[in-house]
Design a binder for this molecule. Sequence first.
Ligand SMILES: CC(=O)[C@@H](O)[C@H](O)COP(=O)(O)O
Ligand SMILES: NCC(=O)COP(=O)(O)O
Length: 237
Amino acid sequence: MTKLSVNINKIATLRNSRGGDQPNVVQFAKDIQRFGAEGVTIHPRPDERHIRYQDAYDLKPEVYTEYNIEGNPIEKFVNMVLEIKPTQVTLVPDAVDAITSNAGWDTITHKSFLQEVISEFKKNGIRTSIFVDPNLKHIEGAKATGTDRIELYTEAFAEEYAKGNSKAIEPYTKCAELANELGLGVNAGHDLSLDNIQFFKQNIPGLLEVSIGHALISESLYLGIENVVQMYLHRLK
Ligand SMILES: CC(=O)[C@@H](O)[C@H](O)COP(=O)(O)O
Ligand SMILES: NCC(=O)COP(=O)(O)O
């Protein structure tokens, strides 16, 4: 069983573009859970350009499925996660100025830093996951950090699969097999979509959770736009 956690960063991006509170991210989180989402993911960035730290607190009482907070474990982020105590924290080594996440952890170079921060989260009852490229050495390195899970960074797969290269799944399958052998849970995310999710799921043994935002929100616009245009036309008659 693979859980679907919906990343709602894009809803905050839309809200922030007008400076008001529409769409309301807390209401959105409540609605997607009502529609069946099995988790809510947010990735507050240091500049708070989409999800703000305050949103993370406001969402806490309303997320009754899995609450997953992603981010680079800078001090402010670590303190916020320790206060909120979500179901899961996903550590992502993203640069302050990165447009979006663009690399996984080098779990060998950053082993002692990751061990330290992961043990603090685990002491506080928060499940941990670390974002990694599909690289067997970094899966082994992840095991040594003490993390509960890894999140496979799927951008490279998504890009190649869209060009017709289905072999791009192979390193992900091998990494998932190794993670399973090592007792690490396997999550995945980044650029997963309606086009590639079924193939991805079929080829990743033990896939516990996917977090999907950008494509899911874009697809929702396309799949909903006809209905909304019709509703406006009806009101204008
Ligand atoms: C970790 C990851 O791959 C994505 O979750 C990323 O968190 C999305 O963040 P943006 O919405 O800022 O692109
Ligand atoms: N962890 C990945 C995530 O939350 C969503 O990434 P994307 O679907 O917005 O690329």
